[in-house]
Design a protein around this ligand. Sequence first.
Ligand SMILES: [Zn+2]
Length: 341
Amino acid sequence: MYKVIYDDRQSGHDPLYLVTNGKFVKSREHPDRAANMLKACSEAGFEIRKAKQFDRKHIHAVHSERYVKFLETAFDEWAKIPGSGAEVIPNVFPVADEAICPTSTVGRAGFHISDLAAPIGAGTWQAALGAAEAALTAAECILEGDKTAYALCRPPGHHAFSERASGYCFLNNAAIAANYLTNDNSKVALLDVDVHHGNGSQDIFYSRDDVFFASIHADPNTTYPFFWGYPEQNGKGKGEGYTANVPLPIGTNDEQFILGLNSLLQKIDDFKPDRLVISLGLDTFGGDPYKLFNLTTGCYRRMSKEIAKLGIATVIIQEGGYLCDQLGDNLTEFLTGIIDQ
Ligand SMILES: [Zn+2]
């Protein structure tokens, strides 16, 4: 039976605002997203399992210890600042690589949070840890012989760098799972199908040749995260040739998406991975509040059937996908498509 991994701690993260186009707007990363997707999994008859606890070393293999410590303690330290706001939001950012991490809470917030869409509230750390452990639990299912497993991660992770939060993301759940799956020297492909480029994941594996990172997403010239996701970004050093990006225009439809996806699947097949991790964003849907791509519900099954042709064990990690009536249907179409060959 299809295993869905979820951790109740994830619902404790309830971000208030983000800044977009010069305005504070209500965050779309709402706890109801996970509740809706969990309900759809339950109605589809999937087995819902709690995340297990894992040794922190599996998170530290991807994220620096000082960053993880910051995520764990930032909210309590922030609350002690006289007159501070309800969430940790930085007001200054380092722009040079040589920047030094300061000791003050405000300074560390700027060092460890790279945009205005990753506020840390009272429940953020526990939620991020729950999501990362859900991803590890799903990866462990694969090691124990399951063909597929799904981690309903929230907050999402693919915009989180090794020591920087951004774009709703704090711990990079997919990167943590992918790295965990390389521990026995296996080759892993990480395929990101969220409408936004997985910049954190790309950066984490940019110099590695044991994890192939492939992403299909809205053109970063027009869409967040803006600075990453271009075709000419294809890895560096030992990792050169092990990153592939397919940017597509706003309004992309099912046919255009499947065509782009198949070009990435060919590259993944050439890499001959032992295992696959999918960063599953459902914000490519035409009815998603982001309104970037124009995919239909039927495309999620098509997409996963194409992916399943690779014929390798697959961990599916939830990324974006925001509240709309079809959110649950889009998820279950994808999940059932991958096993329904
Ligand atoms: Zn997204």
